[in-house]
Design a protein around this ligand. Structure first.
Ligand code: HSE
Length: 342
């Protein structure tokens, strides 16, 4: 049995989802893969820090958070610790960086990931900022220190959109990528299609936990554009920035537009796309009116989808969750299995 010590930075929805998965599946992973995953440390700037080299009990962490929203006062509390102290002093083998996404600077997550790699630890992130803005630098650090970075959760959470493109379709000749990469906007458009108003649908998406802390990142298309940048870099090997993505959100779509499309047998979707035209790469996020026969037209609610247009297989579409605590927590497990099963 191989023991793997995990240090978690950020204990919000995704961190709690990961703890829930390890609570429920620890034994299964041990039996099936010979891997004994233990959470040895948690650092959250609001909820507090914990450390136990033998492993913290996920049941106790989840109960404490459910009871009073904080980790303070339970055994293992490390007053005065922060994320960098966790990385340097916890003895974790892998750092799971789950702090909030900032698509302008990628911080503080990028600093945490860089520090983890420099300390010779694997890093797993679900946070788009460091991957969209600093991937080349982080990848070089990982190579230099002979460790790996896991980033599956940055696009479509645990739905393996990146692995499908990077590994399984790598030889199929990907020429085009189209997808629904933002759950909040797809939820809003689906609700509007069913007769709800924009503001009401956005409030529901926020209450359901799909929206970013600042939902303008969703409705103006920045979140989807971040994912397009990540796909360009990690699947197509093209380094582009957010400024290279032609972007329009859904705020200009009216109830009348949605009704008109419905009456014509079509649906509005916020589509992120990458298209290779010879050497030229066109990157965009914009609302498109799709016929119901289009594979993305039937993807409703907060669900996401990605379509790879390939030379050898034609179009391949993958549909699945793009957000949510268990779905994103599972993305971390996918990366950990990829690192440690080999
Ligand atoms: N706010 C994002 C969404 C979360 O709605 O899809 C996942 O990146």
């Amino acid at each position: 049995m191989k023991q793997i010590r995990l240090g978690i930075i950020g204990f919000g929805n995704v961190g709690q989802g990961l703890a829930q998965i390890l609570r429920d599946k620890h034994r299964e992973y041990a039996e099936k893969f010979g891997l004994d995953f233990r959470i040895v440390a948690v650092a959250d700037s609001q909820k507090g820090c914990l450390f136990d080299p033998q492993g913290l009990n996920p049941v106790a962490l989840l109960e404490k958070i459910a009871r009073d929203g904080s980790l303070a006062g339970i055994p293992g509390e490390k007053k005065g610790w922060d994320a960098l102290a966790l990385i340097r002093e916890s003895g974790a083998d892998a750092i799971i960086e789950l702090s909030y996404t900032d698509l302008k600077t990628g911080e503080p997550a990028a600093t945490h990931v860089a520090e983890a790699l420099q300390q010779g630890k694997h890093a797993v992130i679900t946070n788009k900022g460091p991957v969209a803005l600093h991937y080349s630098r982080l990848e070089a650090l990982a190579r230099e220190h002979n460790v790996q970075i896991g980033f599956e959760g940055t696009v479509m959470s645990g739905t393996p959109a990146l692995r499908l493109g990077r590994e399984l379709l790598a030889g199929a000749g990907i020429r085009r990528i189209e997808g629904i990469f933002n759950g909040t906007t797809n939820y809003i458009l689906s609700q509007m299609d069913a007769g709800a108003g924009y503001a009401e649908a956005l409030a529901e998406a926020q209450a359901l936990g799909y929206a970013e802390a600042d939902p303008s990142g969703d409705v103006e298309g920045f979140d989807a554009a971040g994912k397009v940048v990540i796909l360009a870099r990690l699947v197509l090997g093209r380094e582009i920035s957010l400024a290279d993505v032609e972007r329009e959100g859904i705020t200009r779509l009216t109830a009348a537009d949605v009704t008109e499309a419905r009456e014509a047998g079509e649906r509005w979707k916020l589509v992120g796309s990458l298209e290779l035209d010879g050497e030229r790469l066109k990157a965009a996020v914009c609302p498109r009116r799709l016929p119901l026969s289009h594979p993305l037209a039937g993807v409703n609610g907060a669900t996401n989808a990605i379509l790879y247009g390939t030379d050898l297989l034609g179009d391949v579409t993958l549909i699945g969750p793009g957000a949510g605590r268990l779905a994103t927590g599972y993305a971390v497990i996918e990366d950990l299995l990829a690192i440690y099963r080999g």
